[in-house]
Design a protein around this ligand. Structure first.
Ligand SMILES: [Zn+2]
Length: 152
């Protein structure tokens, strides 16, 4: 692994896909299951486990959570927790993981992942490689179920 060659541009928000594509309902990464006041959550098409969502900050280009105002930080984290709660309630995993990295795409986002006893990273992090494509029908059904919980 290495940092992206255009890292300075990425940090500056140039060619940031999360800033450029607005708030579409569906993107290559996944389908939107939640539109909060300050974030959108996308249910990933590719995952090692059932129950992988990325919550993306909406608004100006923000790299670090520490760049948010305290009000924004409260809103953002409340929305991350709402998404995590819905993932937990639907999938009943043994654990949830929350990852705010941005080492490749430095636009504030948080990975929320269900974890299971027999998943491919048992006892540690999930593998840091491209996950497999999920079964389309299962993925859509799961996304719809979590979306419904978030709308309740
Ligand atoms: Zn951005």
């Amino acid at each position: 692994m290495a940092w992206a060659e255009d890292w300075a541009a990425r940090i500056a928000g140039q060619a940031c896909r999360w800033c450029e594509h607005g708030r579409p309902d569906e993107i290559e990464f996944g389908t939107r299951i939640y539109a909060g006041h300050v974030s959108d959550a996308y249910f990933a098409r590719r995952a090692f486990v059932r129950g992988y969502v990325v919550v993306v900050w909406r608004g100006r280009h923000v790299v670090e959570p520490v760049d948010l105002t305290s009000t924004e930080a409260d809103q953002y984290h409340r929305e991350v927790l709402a998404v995590a709660r819905a993932v937990r309630d639907h999938f009943r995993p043994m654990k949830l993981n929350y990852l705010t990295m941005g080492n490749w795409e430095p636009h504030l986002h948080t990975h929320v992942t269900a974890r299971y006893y027999d998943d491919p990273g048992a006892g540690g992090p999930l593998p840091a490689v491209t996950p497999p494509l999920l079964d389309e029908r299962q993925w859509r059904d799961d996304a719809a179920a979590v979306r419904k919980l978030l709308a309740a």
